[in-house]
Design a protein around this ligand. Structure first.
Ligand code: SAM
Length: 223
């Protein structure tokens, strides 16, 4: 039975890769990568030389069938994204589902994703939480905020730096200023920052200090 390994890669600090992930990338027949240039840099660091094929949102529908055939003809393949865990706000889901439907064994490796360090580092209850990924930019955004306002568990959101202030304003407006937020920025990198407080306080901070880098917003439990 052919195998597809789903291999998480570092979200910043290149040391955040498991020994198993390195061994799998060395052993598979080929690697499907979101951006082959990004993955090539990672492979070079670990002296891995492997055939790479591009698998990203612009071609994942079109190439699905031929990739499935390729995996079926091989013993094993791996999928990686630019950073973190494939299929988590990244390409991968379509391929994984197609593998399941075609009796290809899917072997997901545990490893880096921005969700877990963000919720853990927030200091908010993490016994139960909801991951919403990126909110839609326009259509359906307000409805999402209204649903989040009703959500009792902690909520984890991905956001881009240039939309952070807008998102924090919307949290003040739709979710209210009673629930605490935490902005986890540049996790595992040199400028890692966890900014916690009332939404209005965190908003004021980022209005004064326009953020750069990668961002996760965590909204605490509804009290
Ligand atoms: N697959 C990735 C994962 O498992 O986390 C997520 C990919 S998604 C395209 C990229 C988003 O993840 C960023 O916009 C940001 O919201 C979040 N992210 C990724 N790396 C991060 C980091 N080092 N610090 C904070 N957020 C990060």
């Amino acid at each position: 039975m052919s195998k597809l390994y789903v291999v998480p890669t570092p979200i910043g600090n290149l040391e955040d890769i498991t020994i198993r992930a390195i061994n799998v990338l060395k052993e598979v027949n080929f690697i499907l990568a979101e951006d082959t240039r990004t993955t090539k840099k990672l492979l070079d660091k670990y002296e891995i030389s492997k055939q790479l094929y591009a698998h990203h949102i612009h071609n994942e529908h079109k190439t699905l069938e031929s990739i499935i055939e390729k995996i079926q003809m091989a013993e094993s393949a791996a999928i990686v994204s630019d950073a973190g865990t494939p299929a988590i706000s990244d390409p991968g889901f379509l391929l994984i589902r197609a593998c399941v439907e075609n009796d290809i064994a899917v072997i997901p490796l545990p490893g880096p994703s921005a969700i877990i360090p963000a919720i853990v580092g927030s200091g908010f209850p993490c016994d139960r939480f909801v991951f919403e990924g990126f909110l839609p930019h326009k259509k359906g955004r307000q409805t999402k905020w209204k649903n989040i306002a009703e959500e009792e568990r902690s909520v984890v959101l991905y956001e881009s730096p240039h939309r952070l202030v807008k998102a924090l304003k919307e949290i003040v407006e739709f979710v209210g200023d009673e629930r605490e937020v935490c902005v986890a920025r540049e996790i595992s990198k040199i400028h890692e920052e966890f900014k916690r407080g009332k939404p209005s306080e965190v908003l004021a901070y980022y209005e004064a200090h326009p953020p750069k880098g990668e961002i996760v917003i965590v909204i605490g439990y509804r009290k």
